[in-house]
Design a protein around this ligand. Sequence first.
Ligand SMILES: Cc1ncc(COP(=O)(O)O)c(C=O)c1O
Length: 396
Amino acid sequence: MGSLADEPNTLYFGELRFSERAKANIKEVLKRNYVIAAGPEVEAYQREWGHIFGYKHNVALSSGTSADIVACKTLFDVHPKARRSLNLADNEIIVPALSFVASGQSILEAGFKPVFVDVERETLTINPRKIEEAITDKTRGIMAVHLMGKPCEMDTIMDIANRHDLYVIEDACEAHGATYKGKFIGKWGHMAAFSSYIAHLICSVEGGMLSTDDGRIAEVAASIRNHGRKHGSMYFDHERLGGNYKMHDLEAAVGRAAIENFWETFNVRKQNIYWMMEATKDLQGVAHMNIEGPNEVICPHAYTITLKDPAQYDIAQLYTFMNNNPVLNIKAKRNFGAMPTQHRAFEFMGHKVGEFPEAEYVGTYGIHFGLHQYTTPEQLEKASEVLHKFFAENKK
Ligand SMILES: Cc1ncc(COP(=O)(O)O)c(C=O)c1O
């Protein structure tokens, strides 16, 4: 079987190619003949991760979802009012209505009630002007999701959080290396969750990281990663609820090679996104696409298109056009959908369509596709051609 590189007519969301360094790292792990979770390779991976972004403590985990779950669970130890309860609604975490489903689901899995807040259509991130009205005496934290690599308005969010004694978790799964007002995302809040799944800028096959400058949060997170074990005590001594969220040495071996190339990957992906932003400038009248404000550096995660006027173009037609195009099959995906109202998984919470109009709009009329480090100049040209052809020929 060939690799994805043998399919130049398909633009996948992301690709994993094992560099020589990754192969050498894996061989080293195999030589040891045992692959322990959270072992020596993981330790090195955590250290090296900390060096690129300047996070003091880094806890490697099995996925970005695990990172979100572990981040939320730490609040039971660090937030003075958070108490374990059989009633989820006793502890709330605010989260944008629009995100990959892991954000909302992780809050529930950790034992909190997610309280959804609408997003802004242009930025796809939580609308800070709507956060305060969602705060109650049960609110323990805010999960700010830097969706599509676009930083949230972190200074405003931190100001709200500080005034209400809330912890801020940055879901930075799609935002490695992004900055807001000159500071890396993940340095604004109390902790940040990252994913190293294939679509992301650092890939360890599967994996995640919880980064924080707070030693206590890191200590609690490391315990939660391993079923809430008490550090340094007799083996089966569990002082808090946790789970098995461990990364293992083989994943860390792949991740370490990705860290080594991080800025190279970042710059190539950024060039690709900038190229597409420039090439599709003339389509700005019909669609919202990636934007970068003066105060930020966006992470080149993916390219997003949200129709400005659904009366003019049909999003389902665009999706089919992109995914089955003879010029270039662009593996586009829906812009996630509003978690509380557009996914049956959240139906039990009782929200009704119309409560989150912006998230629902983006979830209905938006799609995105990958422009990654292995996307070729030919693929970029062809992707732009496909988009221009669609908008030129398919007006209703
Ligand atoms: C915003 C967001 N949060 C959480 C996750 C979960 O990460 P993972 O797929 O590694 O579990 C993702 C995944 O891509 C994501 O995009």
